[in-house]
Design a protein around this ligand. Structure first.
Ligand code: NI
Length: 183
């Protein structure tokens, strides 16, 4: 397991391309997922998508309120509600802006063992999943802000707190994490 460099140029082709579906979940894929978790925690952030470390595959990791998700080929459906809140991104460091997201959705995908799983996410967790799945299609929060003029620079400490929608992370950062979709 290793921390990999995060691409922090929002115009880099690696973060602007469409990631490919994973056809077989093997040890290579599991190693990438492990590196993604290490990289996300090191940042720190509450989510990371494979294109952000230069891997063009449909893989995301999310860690929020003691729940860790590894999701292969994630798909979102049953999106309902709408809420606008400040969002940031590890690939767009120091910038934040208001993004409107669904407040409830169904996440479908496969876990690191290759098993299908479904999970209903709500509130901030739903926002994180939308943000990470956007990365798989080369979309960044700056493309979704309600008002581009509202994108603003924040100082480094604040930006870290808001990375990948993670502004609420620090309150519970010291708590142990329980994987919810792992074997
Ligand atoms: Ni991001």
């Amino acid at each position: 397991m290793a921390v990999r460099p995060i691409i922090t140029n929002p115009e880099a082709p690696e973060v602007r391309g469409r990631a490919k579906r994973v056809s077989r979940i093997d040890d290579t894929i599991r190693a990438i997922l492990d590196d993604m978790v290490d990289t996300m925690r090191d940042a720190p952030g509450v989510g990371l998508a494979a294109p952000q470390i230069g891997v063009p595959l449909r893989l995301i990791v999310v860690e929020y309120e003691k729940q860790l998700f590894h999701v292969v080929n994630p798909e979102l459906s049953k999106m309902t509600g709408a809420e606008t809140d400040e969002e940031g991104c590890l690939s767009v460091p120091n910038w934040q802006g208001p993004v409107t997201r669904a407040t409830s959705l169904l996440v479908k995908g496969r876990d690191r063992a290759g098993r299908e799983f479904r999970f209903t996410a709500e509130g901030w967790l739903a926002r994180i999943f939308q943000h990470e799945c956007d990365h798989l299609d080369g979309t960044l929060f700056v493309d979704r802000v309600t008002d581009r003029a509202a994108i603003h620079w924040v100082d480094a400490d604040e930006a870290v707190e808001d990375a990948e929608g993670g502004k609420r992370r620090r309150k519970q950062a010291s708590a142990a994490t329980t994987p919810v979709n792992d074997p």
